[in-house]
Write a protein that binds this ligand. Sequence first.
Ligand code: BES
Ligand code: MN
Ligand code: MN
Length: 454
Amino acid sequence: MRERVRGLLPAARADLEALVRIPSVSASSTPEARAAVARSAEVVAGLLRDAGMPEVEVLTARCPDGSPGAPAVLARRPAPAGAPTVLLYAHHDVQPAGRPERWSSPPFEPTERDGRLFGRGTADDTAGVLAHVTALRALLPTWGPADGVGVLVLVEGEEESGSPSLPDLLATHADRLAADVVVVADSDNWSVDVPSLTTSLRGLLELRVTVATLDHPLHSGIYGGAVPDATMALTVLLARLWDDAGDLAVEGLVRTEAEDLPRTEEELRRDAGVLPGVGLVGRGSLLSRTWTRPSATVVATDATPLAEASNTLAASATALVSVRLAPGQDVDAAEEAVRAHLAETVPFGAHLSVTRTGSGRPFAGDAPGPARDAADWALSLAWDGAAPAHQGMGGSIPVVAELLDVMPEAAVLVTGVEDPDTRAHGVDESLSLLVLERACVAHTLLLARLAGEV
Ligand code: BES
Ligand code: MN
Ligand code: MN
């Protein structure tokens, strides 16, 4: 079977490159970006049809504000009598590339260097799409109507912008979305040589925080020193999100200890590219800080831009604060706690307004059983005998909790094609071509084993 998959790798590579060339940035609302996301959905639908999936549709659902969401691809192969159904998940949208001139090669032009394929979305999550497609290419042609398992494939087009229309999509198609096993290909690995089965993911709460102190901007010489300006108030407010150790100062949030796995501070510093002399932040074990404790990042600010600098006191200023939530944390309770903290710590009586702009629930699950055994077996064989690390991850995949609402009994297997050098969301994102091969083999072996063939 490994040989069969190896024969399918040139096609996987070519299809991966074609998808990376489509700048399917779901967070952008320009007509070009929307057309690109629509095109990538059609390409993925075509790959699934050609792989032999009998029913393939491109679906659009509604966001809470009534606007249309990004197109998702849903494909279905009904289960033969008595066979289970396996749902395969990945996403075809990508993060924005930022400034292209900062990349070593153009972000939407896949480029190979040193065994890695560089380009936006190579590893997050186009290779995840191709791992599923390759498994289907390997197995579907060998399955008669009574063979194999039922297969559902969901390839979302707005994961990177918080999946706003996903609840509507899942509700609308709930009758077709029953599965016994869910295989997610959108996470990280311990390393290129050690695969991971993700046992927990953090949730996410995104808040837009605006402070206002004046009803119009002022000359900073005439009033500065007596009149508080909004940038000052926002800076002080944001600083109070963390204590002196750089740990999130918000009380009442879930904080737990991560499993003890061998990862040293030195390795973390190297993988993250922390500059010499810069200390780490937070409390608790190193892994708890990124997997099982909350954290906050100011992901953007709207204060006076450098190009418009003048000696003025700003009337209002805004920050986008992204709070990662520990497994087990209720999102609404977290929002209450963060709002209370902001209201208590806002300085100078500045007017504060807070709006939730996005959220996703955390996930925790590592239930023993035949599905998990099959994943351990498939990953280990594909990674030349390396046992998979059962580990938490600090990122978020909100669809996992949403899918479990619809199919609470399903066994969830979270795998991925990233590795510590991937730089997902950053400049010079890349995919290890060895991981691509291993993931294609692993997903094929996993599906074959769930079908009882191996
Ligand atoms: N693939 C990532 C999530 C991820 C990465 C999980 C590495 C575990 C390890 C996914 O595409 C992602 O970036 N999710 C967003 C979710 C958000 C937009 C709601 C995130 O984590 O920021
Ligand atoms: Mn992803
Ligand atoms: Mn991502």
